[in-house]
Ligand binder design. Structure first.
Ligand code: FAD
Ligand code: DHB
Length: 397
């Protein structure tokens, strides 16, 4: 089997890359270790930056997003029992975010891929990358986990296989630097059958910990609350979740949290991670394979998308003009945006969570920061600019 670009992983990075390459007349094959059903059912991100939603429209895969996604002009920061609205739209000259679940984006990209005759092999096993530093890299795999060993020969490999995938390990240790930080808290996420408690997302800071009210549809709410790093779902009955959420979200103006049956619960850890460079030979890492952000800034999916926009441009210049300069600059261009998103995600995490290790002094500084960013036009503009998504900076050194 032969293709131009072998893509490992059918997450947002891999599927969006395949669609972008298709739009530029470049062939690819996606190899994915999970089944289609598993991918389409896993609940993860929900916030699409303006640029991500625009790209969905440009690629012609936005019909369902336009119908079912919710366009939000603002978000709320809540602390000391009071809400502070951040008007994203006014503060950014007209940008917005779209609340549309990651697995819905994946469904749209998978069906578009299949409709255009593109190849996605789900449920493959034993994926092995070979000769990534030569002109003809290869990927070995087995169909349906235990089929015959097959080989995909290609010009380039896109490692879009998430944080735990094998691709990153093919950049030799001496050739990469990894930056990593694990946070001493986790998020417990729920889906609840209840209408939205708020027309916009609420990021709440409270002495008892952070809480986030998001949404999925007019009937389903997505809500998160800060729990201990090694907490167990067994400690969190539905009653305890609701009671904790009420305490963290309560205001003085009579706002009420709407409860409903909890249909899904999970706990996710929080880490920051960056691999530099994101490229080695003919292997290019994109998305969580190269970097992880804590979820507070809602940046992970969006970073995966901006990486593959840069990669697709590099591959287009290579195939159409024989110009490899953009591919050579891939890592540099991506990492500039990645580090800014790491900065913002760390900032939002520090600002909004409860930190058991903070001294009374640090705690007062945190409260002053919250007061500052919600009252200063410059503070508000900075949050808004980062939240809707920074542009890709295409400069090359
Ligand atoms: P993934 O989605 O991890 O996809 C990688 C794919 O590779 C997977 O399908 C995997 O099965 C496959 N794979 C792995 N190993 C192999 C192998 N050996 N062979 C073949 N395939 C393999 N981001 C946001 O932007 N906004 C948000 O609001 C947001 N909220 C989040 C909330 C939660 C609770 C969580 C957990 C994450 C959130 N994120 C958010 C982060 C976002 O979900 C990820 O950053 C995003 O999924 C990254 O996409 P990806 O394609 O790089 O990786
Ligand atoms: C959602 C997830 C996030 O990480 C975030 O910051 C906002 C919303 C969500 O899943 O809806």
């Amino acid at each position: 089997m032969r293709t131009q670009v072998a893509i490992i992983g059918a997450g947002p990075a891999g599927l969006m890359l395949a669609q972008l390459l298709h739009s530029k007349g470049i062939e690819s094959v996606i190899l994915e270790s999970r089944t289609r059903a598993e991918i389409e059912e896993t609940i993860r991100a929900g916030v699409l930056e303006q640029g991500t939603a625009d790209l969905m429209r440009e690629l012609g895969v936005a019909d369902r997003m336009n119908r079912l996604g919710q366009v939000h002009d603002g978000i709320e920061f809540r602390f000391h029992r009071k809400g502070h609205r951040i008007n994203l739209n006014e503060l950014t000259g007209g940008k917005r975010v779209t609340i549309y679940a990651q697995h819905e984006v994946l469904k749209d990209l998978i069906s578009a891929r299949i409709a255009t005759g593109g190849e996605i092999l789900f449920n493959v096993g034993d994926v092995r990358l070979l000769d990534v530093d030569t002109e003809s890299p290869r990927v070995q795999f087995r169909r349906d986990k235990d089929g015959e060993l097959e080989e995909l020969v290609c010009d380039f490999i896109a490692g879009c296989d998430g944080f735990h995938g094998p691709s990153r390990q093919h950049i030799p240790q001496h050739a990469r630097t990894e930056y990593s930080e694990v946070f001493p808290m986790s998020w417990l996420g729920i889906l609840a059958e209840a209408p939205p408690s708020s027309p916009e997302l609420i990021y709440a800071h409270h002495d008892r910990g952070f809480a986030l009210v998001s949404t999925r549809s007019p009937e389903i709410q997505r809500i998160y609350l800060q729990v201990d790093a090694h907490d167990d779902l067994g400690n969190w009955s539905d009653e305890r979740i609701w009671s904790e959420l009420h305490r963290r979200l309560e205001t003085d103006d009579g706002w009420t949290l709407i409860e409903g049956p909890i249909i899904q619960k999970n706990i996710v850890g929080m880490r920051s991670f960056v691999c530099d460079p994101m490229q080695y030979g003919r292997l290019f890492l994109a998305g969580d394979a190269a970097h992880i952000v804590p979820p507070t800034g809602a940046k992970g999916l969006n970073l995966a998308v901006s990486d593959v926009v840069v990669l697709a441009k590099g591959l287009e210049a290579y195939y159409k003009q024989g110009n490899a300069a953009w591919l050579q600059a891939y890592s540099e261009i991506c990492l500039r945006r990645v580090w800014k998103a790491e900065r913002f995600s760390n900032y939002m995490t520090a600002l909004l969570h409860r930190h058991a290790n903070y001294s009374p002094f640090q705690r007062q500084i945190q409260l002053a920061e919250l007061d500052y960013v919600t009252s200063s036009p410059v503070g508000l503009a900075s949050i808004a600019e980062n939240y809707v998504g920074l542009p890709i900076d295409w400069r090359r050194s």
